[in-house]
Design a protein around this ligand. Sequence first.
Ligand code: HEM
Length: 396
Amino acid sequence: MPKIVNDAASRPALTDSAFHAGDPYPHYREWRRDSPLFWDEHGEFWVVTRHADIVAMSSDPQRFCSKKGILPADVERGVAEHTSIIFMDPPRHRGFRKLVQPGLAMRRIADLEPWIRQMTRELLNEMPSEGSVEFVEALAIPLPIWVIARLLGIPAKDHEKFRVWSDAAIEAATKITSDNAILLAEMINYLAVYIERRRSDPGNDLISALVGADVDGQQLHDQELVMFCLTLLVAGNETTRNLLSAGALALSTHPTERRALAADPSGIPVAVEEMLRWESPIVSFMRTATQDLELRGQKIRAGERLLMVYAAANRDEEVFGEDAESFVPTRHPNPHLTFGIGEHFCLGANLARLEARICFEELLSRHPDFELCGEPQRLQSTLVRGLTELPLSFGS
Ligand code: HEM
């Protein structure tokens, strides 16, 4: 079969942030139907849009590796396996995951519930009980940052500093500048000192758990620990922020479903899964073929990159049925790919789900009738689908 190519005239560029900030879903639908695997000339990668293909690729690190990077930008800047779990392949990846996974296990995360609820209430207390609020700045940004800081055991007095560092880490993940590099170095020093302290004086936090982790005599050394904390910040912050704001937007524009959830909050965990499916905060991640292979009748050469578009697969009609394009907060089962799948399945999924559940339980119990009261502003990014502004009104 000849290579199906994205000719610039007929298909928008996946490397264009305006495409992602607009309404990409009709294009995804067309691609899934007509060319589920095509070569994008702008980005020089294959584009994978079907659910089944992403599941197969994510479960096969021997043929589709992560060590060459998982973002299109990683090709230019180059990445190294030792800098993050996210770039590791087996066998190194499996060993590393075994060491860090218990630190993020359900039990430890569940212990955070009272604290997350209290933080959410404090943030809601600061909002007017009637009138308008900009939800992203007021809740969606601060909550995930504080939660990660708390998870790591960072003292409350340093949380604001942590927020500045974390913004710099997110920015540096796509483009390193002299400003964000200075802030990043500051944070790395801070973490290194903190880890050292935890070695001699462990507490009940994730860093202490990681410092003490031992699997078959293998332990994490300080540099690995610092890089893992950095990964948590980058991976868990903006993603959760955009889950919270996309969920609030979906509920504000679906009043019947919102009222049903406010009347019966036991449906919120299932609704959170639909929020995750509906607007995947991570649009796509990449893999590199380690050998010549064939996929959907196309010849993929060793070294070629493939972009797995989770946001497209999450609306695959073959998996989600005829209403795949609709927001259905009672949808169950909901095998979305928003946290990835297989080898690198998100280690923070339990935490993100918990934060979203608490956020919507608290928000809906106070403001069952919140509404959109202005134009939401979208983030310009090719990686993250998110909002920079979400004006909501309460108590009308
Ligand atoms: C809605 C929120 C989140 C989304 C959409 C998300 C998405 C993802 C995805 C798609 C992957 C798979 C990467 C791959 O296959 O290459 C991943 C991995 C990961 N995530 Fe998340 N994530 C979220 C929240 C979090 C949080 C809160 C944390 C930590 C506190 C976190 C930590 C990680 C880590 C450490 C990995 C790497 C796992 C590995 O390489 O084995 N994530 N995430």
